[in-house]
Design a protein around this ligand. Structure first.
Ligand code: SF4
Length: 486
């Protein structure tokens, strides 16, 4: 028997995030598609309103209008964030406001509204006040299925673990017993990629970079304790799927969607000893031809075998949280890595032609001019293939947030992913970090252009671009008198 209709969506509107829209490399909402596949497996009729390419929440009206014409208005509206994508973990206010608008639209059509996201976990009362009926906290698939079943059968929702809702005449926020994290999740069905307009994703990728990348995940959670890192959904436990299963699913995905490249959006790829080797073996057995990028830590790439197995499996880039060139700052962050490890991991990856890419963070409390200069020197010495620069962002639930919250103003979240506002008092004003961001990016692009080995017109253009980047970097540096020397 087909149970009631469930309309899934997620709270990430690409067009409301200008920088990402310009970059044009969107990924389908993986966690949303995992949940939709499970709910469909349980007998519900599911559909998806994917906000990735729409202009705003108002397009949901058209979606409901079409559903009404077809006589299939959903009973449940589920806003289920892609908790694997770092963009949703940023809790951007543009997305929150659009989600509030969607809640109003869905409530106006008589839907029961259910939300699962990092932001709704942090701001449960706000979402309930905006009209949501239920907030799911933590890992959400099982909670969602139990909640839907309870609503269908009239069983008491207060017995469903992992929920928050408004209770009683006083409309106080009631939290049910927290739901324990799943011990394993390799039994979950394949994400429901058939629900997205895959051609729209493919065409956007091809237009911007000439190849098509999809997303996959082999683990959930991260056991490390960097004290600024918020992990409201999957927490500190680390569960990993068998390497053979991951390779087999990728082979199936490749046959169906013909991707060229995969982004493994695991917080930490291949932490379990021997997993990367097993994955490389499984990729070879499947005859899979693809390249992929991962996120990892410098201290996990210290052996030649690890780098060699990554290369054998098809890894073309590794993003590491290098964060800072100052050991003092790494220690203050409780990062658990050393400058020597960052250098060794970078050297090892480069020796296997894997791009070593670094996340850099400026503005951590206690960071001085000397620490900033150490970070710039490290980048210039190693010239990673790419860098992602951010400023420290206090998110609720972290030790860092507790440390700085007394000096925070009204603004507690970024508007979009390019906001980069420093939201707590620090040695330098926010404008300093914006200029620093531009200076380091331009200097890094100059260094990349100088070391470019290509010949012909392409090589000449690259080398000429070095002069442009150097000029731009020097202008930014001139505006940064606080940086004495780099
Ligand atoms: S290793 Fe990465 S995911 Fe894990 S706590 Fe540190 S920053 Fe967060």
């Amino acid at each position: 028997m087909v149970k009631n209709k469930v309309l899934f969506t997620h709270p990430y509107f690409l067009k409301l995030d200008v920088k990402q829209a310009e970059t044009g490399l969107p990924y389908p909402p993986l966690a949303t598609l995992y949940a939709a596949a499970l709910v469909r497996d349980k007998g519900y009729e599911v559909s998806l309103f994917d906000p990735m390419f729409v202009s705003g929440a108002n397009e949901l009206l058209g979606h409901f209008g079409k559903a009404a014409l077809l006589g299939s208005v959903p009973e449940y509206f589920v806003v289920y964030a892609d908790g694997f994508n770092y963009l949703t973990k940023m809790c951007l206010t543009n997305m929150r406001e659009a989600t509030f608008d969607m809640i109003q639209i869905a409530k106006g059509r008589g839907c029961t509204v259910i939300i699962s996201s990092s932001d709704s976990t942090d701001h449960t009362a706000g979402y309930l006040k905006a009209g949501a009926d239920y907030i799911i906290n933590g890992e959400a698939e099982l909670t969602l299925v139990e909640l839907l079943d309870s609503l269908q059968t009239g069983a008491p929702v207060a017995e469903v673990k992992g929920l928050a809702f408004l209770d009683g005449a006083a409309a106080a926020v009631k939290h049910t017993t927290p739901r324990p994290l799943m011990k394993n999740w390799d039994w979950l069905p394949m994400p429901a990629f058939d629900l997205v307009d895959m051609d729209a994703y493919r065409q956007t990728w091809l237009k911007h970079v000439g190849y098509f990348s999809l997303n996959a995940v082999s683990t959930r959670g991260c056991p490390f304790h960097c004290n600024w890192c918020a992990k409201p959904i999957y927490g500190n436990r680390y569960t990993v799927r068998p390497a053979k299963q991951v390779a087999a699913q990728l082979a199936e995905l490749k046959r169906t969607y013909l991707f060229d490249h995969i982004w493994f959006c695991d917080d930490i790829f291949g932490l379990k000893p021997g997993w990367i080797k097993a994955f490389a073996d499984a990729v070879e057995e499947e005859g899979l031809q693809f390249t992929f990028k991962i996120q990892s830590r410098a201290d996990l790439i210290q052996d030649i075998e690890v780098a060699s197995d990554l290369a054998r499996a098809g890894c073309d880039s590794v993003w590491m949280g290098a964060e800072s060139g100052s050991q003092k700052i790494l220690d203050a962050m409780e990062k658990g890595t050393t400058i020597a490890q960052i250098e060794k991991a970078t050297q090892l990856l480069k020796s296997f032609d894997i791009k070593a890419c670094w996340f850099i963070q400026f503005g951590y409390p206690g960071e001085t001019k000397e620490d900033i200069n150490k970070t710039i020197s490290l980048i210039r010495r190693w010239i990673p293939e790419d860098i992602g620069i951010s400023v420290s962002y206090p998110l609720p639930g972290t030790a860092f947030y507790e440390k700085v919250k007394s000096s925070m103003g009204d603004k507690a979240n970024w508007t979009d992913s390019n906001d980069l506002a420093l939201m707590f008092s620090h040695t330098y004003p926010p404008l300093f970090y914006r200029r620093l961001h531009r200076f380091v990016h331009h200097m890094h692009r100059h260094d990349l252009a100088i070391q470019f080995k290509g010949q012909g017109w392409g090589g000449l253009r690259k080398h000429l671009s070095a002069y442009y980047y150097l000029g731009a970097a020097l202008i930014h540096k001139w505006r940064l008198p606080q940086i004495a020397s780099v």
